[in-house]
Design a binder for this molecule. Structure first.
Ligand code: ZN
Length: 248
């Protein structure tokens, strides 16, 4: 057989192999979904956009400056776990922190919306824990590098089911709590947010088109700290959601 024909046969074999590998990867992964339990609605989670430094007391406890513009970062959908699943601390960190946060689920496309119209795009609310590898994040911050490996690793985003937005008359009057092994560590109120949800949505939607299934994390109150393998975290926003998450 001529060389050229042989080479082509090899190429076909290679692309078939590649196709099989791609298929296996898709099947091996899991699409993460957000559930609104009360209505049975399900959304495939898109991007998770998070706000850093949105509670003054938390900004102080980490020795950060209060930002003049909101500080944003993202977590991939693959980082989401549900109630009862475990956070696995990656081997490259010795200091994994919890941050309890109010999560906002986007229900309709929002692009360049005003603060006045922003809440119309919210489908529901949930409780989330923004797991953060503080040692890794501090090293990245010192070098001016992006935070993804400190914030977006697998299991870095425990997320409860959502309640419909219509059942939360005031998202700025919610008590956020987190305990480790039954001991209270965070106990804050969403009224203390520096940027409120309408402003957050207006700002984010001026940069990123927000789409149904996108999840926004709105920052953490004071009291963040370390967890180690064997700990059990419980996070709760009364009338919104509850999470029990072991650490391994
Ligand atoms: Zn956070």
């Amino acid at each position: 057989m001529p060389q050229r024909v042989l080479r082509e046969k090899e190429n076909v074999k290679h692309s078939a192999k590649r196709l099989i590998i791609i298929t296996i990867r898709i099947n091996g992964g899991t699409m993460k979904t957000a559930h609104i339990a009360a209505t049975g609605q399900q959304f495939t989670i898109g991007k998770i956009i998070c706000l850093a430094r949105n509670y003054a007391e938390h900004v102080k406890e980490l020795g950060n400056e209060t930002p003049t513009a909101p500080v944003l970062f993202m977590k991939p959908a693959s980082s989401v776990i549900s109630d009862g699943e475990a956070v696995r601390i990656p081997a490259y960190s010795q200091e994994c922190h919890y941050e309890v946060e109010l999560a906002v689920l986007i229900g309709t496309v929002a692009r360049n919306v005003t603060a006045d119209d922003a809440l119309e795009h919210v489908a529901g609310y949930a409780v989330a824990i923004d797991m953060t590898l503080r040692d890794v994040q501090n090293q990245l911050k010192a070098k001016g590098l992006p935070w993804e490996i400190a914030k977006g690793f697998d299991t870095a985003c425990p997320l409860s089911d959502f309640v419909p937005a219509s059942e939360v008359p005031d998202p700025h009057a919610l008590n956020l709590k987190l305990a480790v092994n039954g001991e209270s560590r965070q106990d804050g109120c969403s009224s203390d947010m520096i940027n409120r949800i309408p402003q957050i949505i207006a700002h984010m939607s001026s940069i990123f088109t927000l789409e149904p299934g996108d999840v926004l994390l709105t920052g953490t109150p004071a009291g963040v700290g370390r967890v180690v393998a064997g700990d059990i975290m419980t996070a709760e926003i009364v009338s919104v959601g509850r999470l029990t998450i072991p650490v391994t």
